[in-house]
Design a protein around this ligand. Structure first.
Ligand code: FAD
Length: 456
């Protein structure tokens, strides 16, 4: 970046600008996935929409790229890039809840933990991710799957409006009434259209849920997965949760001699009366005897941070994703061949049910392109040791190759890796054509290209 542009940027923003050679550069350029080692020209810790607009204008003047970082959880590391200017939203984390209107205004760099804690003060919540440290920004713009999705839709279905800095530096509000095409595209089209500095969400009455994990022998996997697939078709919407392949962590509720072994697990998060919830959970115990469990009433924010310890910052990440109509008997043998090979306690395979309220929204009402699917599958390779990169990446790839024939085509954009970019059109699904039209209108020069990119 030219010194002239950099000097003018430094003098025009309120936030810090950290360049190569500055103190804290290595910390500022790092993202959550430790596999990503990139050297941006500068990281700008933006303080408001005007700071973001200044960075975008500087990048346009200089011809350099812009990487936008919300929570920094992107597996392909889209929140940083060689030679780019990074819009770091890490200081835009204010969350203001209005209990009167059951809405929350959320800064573009907030994490779900911040939203859950603030909303819980009023017995409210909205659909967010299952890990508290994930960013609201990337997760919502790609769709947003979580425990409350069957009850209240994807995170993007609860978005009421957004303050957006566009590629030309203008700051606009997008909602059903203002910039409606942009608002449509923000709800599933990822970070392709601008930088969201504020989100406004609708909230719902949610306080104590009934949930936690339950581990079953691999030998009981077929019965548990088949039961889940059947149960979830008609399960009440307050039932949130998903089956998984997971190595049991060394925690007090896991028998000491079984920690470190792979299991078929079910994570429950039921937002309903405890007595009724306990009956749903008992249904699974009636199918097979759990090896370990820690299920009971807890505050919703506690459930949303229960697994945080398994995914600390600084792991290596390689993920693949697919949409499924069902967990069919034909596909089960592929899952049962590869799932139990889950290589580390950090890695996991989740089958997220996305029926219920997610299906209430018309397929073309938002940009999220796969409303026909009943499950979003993620094969999430996560491990601490870079020496294991080849082997663990191979596990993810082999698993994905085995289940691809049973999948609907495309994968959830937030669960994909960098090498999934060539499949962008199928990943955005049926709405890709309209997304390109909106991209041409709002970002014809593809300023915002560090994402699962929609080519203008
Ligand atoms: P970032 O890396 O900051 O950003 C990701 C992308 O979004 C980038 O392209 C970035 O430019 C863009 N972006 C971020 N914020 C903004 C903004 N304010 N304005 C414009 N563009 C922005 N997904 C789910 O749906 N449900 C889950 O339960 C879930 N759990 C996860 C758990 C872990 C441990 C991880 C690593 C990921 C998980 N994900 C989940 C996937 C997650 O949705 C994506 O990684 C998402 O991109 C993270 O958003 P972020 O803001 O943290 O990431």
């Amino acid at each position: 970046m030219s010194m002239k542009v950099m000097d003018s940027l430094r003098s025009s923003v309120k936030g810090s600008v950290v360049e190569e050679g500055d103190d804290g550069y290595d910390e500022a350029r790092a993202v959550y996935n430790a596999m990503i080692d990139r050297r941006p020209s500068a990281v700008v810790r933006c303080q408001d929409a005007a700071d973001v607009a200044a960075v975008v204008r500087a990048a346009a003047e200089d011809g350099s790229g812009v990487a936008v970082r919300g929570g920094g959880h992107s597996v392909p590391g889209f929140g940083t890039a060689d030679g780019a200017l990074v819009v770091d939203l890490g200081d835009l984390t204010a969350v203001t809840v209005d209990p009167g209107s059951s809405t929350a205004e959320v800064g573009g760099g907030a994490t779900w933990g911040m939203v859950n804690e603030a909303a819980a003060q009023y017995g409210l919540a909205t659909t967010g991710g299952i890990i508290s440290t994930t960013g609201v920004g990337g997760l919502t713009l790609g769709g947003g799957i979580g425990y409350l999705a069957r009850a209240y839709g994807f995170s993007c279905d609860n978005l009421l409006s957004a303050e957006v800095v566009l590629a030309d530096g203008r700051v606009v509000t997008a909602s059903a009434d203002e910039e409606p095409d942009l608002f449509w595209a923000l709800r599933g089209g990822g970070g392709n259209f601008g930088v969201v500095t504020k989100f406004r969400f609708g909230l719902h009455p949610v306080s104590e849920i009934y949930g936690g994990p339950m581990f079953f022998e691999l030998a009981d996997g077929p019965a548990i997965l088949a039961y889940f697939a059947e149960f979830i078709r008609t399960a009440p919407r307050e039932f949130g949760g998903f089956p998984a392949f997971q190595i049991a962590p060394p925690l007090p509720f896991v028998p000491e001699d079984r920690a470190g072994e792979p299991f078929v697990a079910v994570a429950f998060c039921i937002d309903g009366p405890a007595e009724q919830a306990a009956k749903f959970v008992q249904g699974f115990r009636d199918v097979a005897k759990p090896v370990a469990e820690m299920v009971g009433p807890m505050p919703y924010p506690a459930m949303n941070s229960l697994f945080d310890g398994l995914v600390p910052r600084g792991l290596q990440h390689y993920w693949k994703a697919a949409f499924l109509e069902d967990i069919t008997p034909e596909s089960l043998s592929a899952h049962l061949q590869h799932g139990p090979l889950v290589p580390t306690v950090n890695s996991t395979v989740h089958f997220y049910p996305i029926n219920g309220a997610c299906h209430d929204v018309a397929a073309d009402a938002t940009a999220f392109g796969h409303r026909d699917a009943n499950f979003a599958l993620v094969i999430a390779g996560m491990w601490p040791d870079p020496a294991e990169n080849t082997a663990n990446t191979a596990w993810v790839r082999d698993y994905y190759a085995a289940i691809e024939p049973f999948a609907l085509g495309g994968g959830y954009v937030n669960f994909l890796s960098q090498d999934d970019q060539p499949k962008a059109s199928s990943n955005y699904g049926a709405n890709y054509g309209r997304l390109r039209t909106v991209k041409r209108a709002y970002d014809p020069g593809n300023m915002f290209h560090l994402n699962q990119n929609i080519a203008p």
